[in-house]
Unconditional design. Structure first.
Length: 239
């Protein structure tokens, strides 16, 4: 990845140490929750699947991208946020998402489902092409307001997660971690994973200090994530 052109306060990296915050069961104030609910209740329409960088849609809406290892639950989380079951395709087969998929949320926000990285049941050449496509997208997409990097709570941070985080730090692409599938592990294991992740985040200057704790299946953390992401949307629908 190359240098990423930042936009506003969301992309400013503060070298000063910041306390870590876990977002999930805590609730934002009622106004923020309602803002998130209203935004994600809007129509969410598929726009385009991009296999080559020249196919990217023109700049317009603020973009929220979702990245993570293959089968981490990106599509399931997008479906949960938007209250739909089949908006983003889900599969138990790693590597199902093979292109960058764009979804227009109420003409106010673009949700971007990135191909998974790491292990995938696909030819190595195809996986390399997905990886290159992701890097090119992140390299200077001026509409990108936040990259949500999803981590499977059952496994915690793996080396390929850390490699991506190091690249994002180097390119000054601000990102936020979200633990997924927290309904599938016991509370003690989840607490241990949260502690390990928050400690590791202190080594990564481009990482936001707050992490989301989510379960697409049970709805945990979904309201909170909606409320936070809604603050990045345009105030009025475009178009």
């Amino acid at each position: 990845m190359g240098n990423h052109e930042t936009n506003g306060s969301e992309h400013q990296i503060d070298d000063a140490p910041t306390p870590m915050t876990v977002l999930g069961d805590d609730k934002p104030d009622a106004a923020l929750l309602e803002s998130g609910r209203m935004l994600f209740a809007q129509s969410c329409d598929f726009v385009i699947s991009v296999a080559r960088i020249e196919q990217l849609p023109p700049p317009g809406l603020p973009e929220i991208a979702f990245a993570g290892r293959s089968n981490v639950g990106k599509s399931s989380l997008i479906n949960a946020l938007t209250g739909r079951k089949t908006l983003a395709r889900t599969s138990n087969t790693p590597g199902r998402t093979q292109q960058i998929n764009f979804f227009d949320l109420g003409c106010r926000l673009m949700l971007v489902d990135l191909p998974g990285f790491g292990y995938a049941r696909a030819p190595r050449k195809e996986v390399a092409e997905w990886t290159r496509l992701i890097h090119l997208y992140l390299k200077g997409r001026v509409d990108l307001r936040r990259l949500c990097l999803l981590i499977d709570s059952r496994h915690g941070l793996k080396e390929n997660d850390l490699a991506v985080m190091r690249e994002l730090d180097k390119a000054a692409v601000v990102y936020q971690l979200a633990l997924t599938k927290v309904d599938k592990i016991k509370t003690a294991q989840l607490e241990k994973t949260i502690l390990a992740v928050t400690q590791k985040l202190k080594e990564h200057p481009a990482a936001m200090p707050a992490i989301h704790v989510t379960s697409a299946a049970k709805g945990r953390g979904i309201e909170t994530m909606r409320a936070e992401l809604a603050q990045l949307a345009t105030a009025e629908p475009l178009g």
